[in-house]
Design a protein around this ligand. Structure first.
Ligand code: HEC
Length: 189
């Protein structure tokens, strides 16, 4: 009886090992492109990246978005800093407002305001986490009347202080948690 059980366990273990090997082999990369001109963005996972950032760079899915929706305490987490603290700390709130309501840059809540882009995304692709990651990473061309500079320190042409892949993903998840527009929350699907 015992012998049979251990054979079954060994079989199960080898099956799991095979499955993880197979999934490692088919792992595709998320092909990121610039919001400015559609050119490819050279952002590759490195040893310094967190598991969440590595997952995103493979799948284009931001694991923080659903995690923040399920557990809002993560948004205000102290260490590592949650998206809300990162938004204030890096000066995003200076242009987009402390409540994301839009000050000298479009609202990120999308529930009304003065500008044409306070109720809809300036760039339609920002309705996906991939698109918003691209916009924050490498900046934007200025469709709303102002431009946003690039933030991702992994970009070869990035100068000065900036953000890691993981920090940008936490910012995107925070912006999603504040969305009050009437569009579909495609990022929760
Ligand atoms: C100096 C002002 C300024 C700062 C600081 C700033 N932004 Fe922006 N941001 C803008 C402007 C202006 C736009 C609109 C750009 C355009 O029309 O191309 C924008 C656009 C965006 C968009 C796209 C909005 C849409 O409707 O599609 C996101 C997302 C965003 N910013 C996030 C951030 C985050 C996160 C930070 C902090 C890391 C930040 N911004 C800091 C000025 C700023």
């Amino acid at each position: 009886m015992l012998g049979f059980k251990s054979i079954k366990a060994a079989l199960l273990i080898s099956m799991l090992a095979f499955m993880s090997l197979a999934s490692a082999q088919v792992s595709a990369a998320c092909n990121l492109v610039s919001t400015k001109d559609g050119s490819p963005l050279a952002i590759k996972a490195t040893d310094k990246d967190t598991p969440q950032a590595k997952e995103f760079l493979e799948t284009c899915i931001n694991p923080y978005t659903k995690a923040y929706a399920a557990d809002p305490s993560l948004i205000v987490q102290k260490s590592p800093k949650g998206g809300k603290a990162l938004f204030g700390y890096n000066g995003c709130s200076g242009c987009h407002g402390g409540k994301l309501e839009g000050v000298m840059a479009p609202s990120l809540r999308k529930d009304g305001g003065q500008g044409a882009f306070d109720t809809k995304w300036v760039y339609a692709k920002n309705a996906t986490d991939k698109g918003m990651f691209e916009t924050i990473s490498a900046g934007s061309p200025g469709t709303s009347g102002g431009v946003m500079s690039s933030w991702n320190i992994n970009l070869a042409d990035h100068v000065g202080d900036g953000l890691t892949n993981d920090e940008i993903l936490r910012l995107v998840a925070y912006i999603r948690s504040e969305y009050r527009g009437d569009g579909e929350k495609t990022w929760l699907k």
